[in-house]
Design a protein around this ligand. Structure first.
Ligand SMILES: Nc1ncnc2c1ncn2[C@@H]1O[C@H](COP(=O)(O)OP(=O)(O)OP(=O)(O)O)[C@@H](O)[C@H]1O
Ligand SMILES: [Mg+2]
Length: 256
């Protein structure tokens, strides 16, 4: 059974693309068949994976002009359907009846070729994110461990609920992943507690693993490599491996 996971948070810069890249690369290195879909017009994941953006992209897949199979690029990070800057106008041109189901329908013919499909979403709650949530089996919410960032999750929940009601009743929230922790200031007990309570309120869990702030993440992206290829032995790579363990339902290794 294929599992489709959307990485979502309408707040910008919280580590969605970084998490989508790490999860895709780690699952691939563990032998799973993985497809990544970049639904963000910024195309960060597309850039890191060095996928070509000429030809069929996620844009054509959503408008129905191309089939998903024709938009897939095979890269070292895994298979990916690249983004296109034209996705920025999606709310205007994806407006017909059934607009929420475009991605779900497009993935049907290719879905069974993969164990996991990981969808990176833009920092917005528009039609692209709704398409991701409608196609997905579950959502992972990366969040920075500060109060303002956590407060935004309530708003995300207000988008997830109508998607459940009208488009995807079985949509699960796998959990909240705290990202970009400052190693020196230690993850504050209060913020972790608050994140735990928030997770409970929206019917999910806080992942035991969290991801530290580390310059290797930015460097890997500059060199267009996965964190595992760029700095396999780094602590932040270990953070993301522990996170993958949890996603796979394995007991998380202690990460600290
Ligand atoms: N653990 C980390 N350590 C250091 N830098 C990080 C870490 N995670 C993410 N970053 C950096 O923070 C910035 C934002 O991360 P990322 O692009 O993953 O967030 P995002 O939620 O996808 O942003 P957007 O909403 O713009 O799509 C990037 O420059 C990235 O390199
Ligand atoms: Mg992003």
């Amino acid at each position: 059974m294929t599992k489709i996971i959307a990485i979502t948070n309408q707040k910008g810069g919280v580590g969605k693309s970084t998490t989508a890249e790490a999860l895709t690369a780690d699952l691939k290195s563990r032998g799973y068949k993985v497809l990544a879909i970049d639904l963000d017009p910024q195309g960060n994941m597309t850039h890191t994976s060095r996928a070509s953006t000429s030809g069929a992209t996620a844009l054509g897949v959503l408008t129905g002009e191309v089939e998903a199979k024709d938009a897939i690029r095979h890269t070292e990070m895994g298979d990916i359907i690249p983004a296109h800057s034209g996705l920025a106008g999606a709310d205007a041109f994806i407006a017909d009846t059934g607009k929420e189901y475009r991605l779900k329908e497009a993935l049907e013919p290719v879905k069974d070729n993969y164990d996991y499909i990981i969808i990176d979403t833009p920092p917005a709650l528009g039609i692209l994110t709704v398409n991701a949530l409608t196609a997905a089996d579950s959502v992972i919410i990366p969040a920075q461990c500060d109060i303002y960032s956590l407060n935004g999750i309530d708003q995300l929940y207000k988008t997830i609920n109508p998607v459940r009601k009208y488009c995807n009743p079985d949509l699960k929230i796998d959990g909240i992943l705290l990202t970009r922790n400052n190693e020196r200031t230690m993850l504050s007990k209060e913020v972790t507690e608050l994140a735990g309570q928030l997770a409970e309120r929206i019917g999910t869990k806080l992942f035991k693993s969290s991801v530290r702030e580390a310059v290797a993440i930015k460097e890997a992206q500059i060199y267009q490599k996965s964190i595992f290829e760029y700095a396999s032995k780094s602590k932040v790579a270990a953070d993301y491996r522990a996170f993958t363990d949890e996603v796979l339902g394995k007991e998380s290794s202690v990460n600290g």
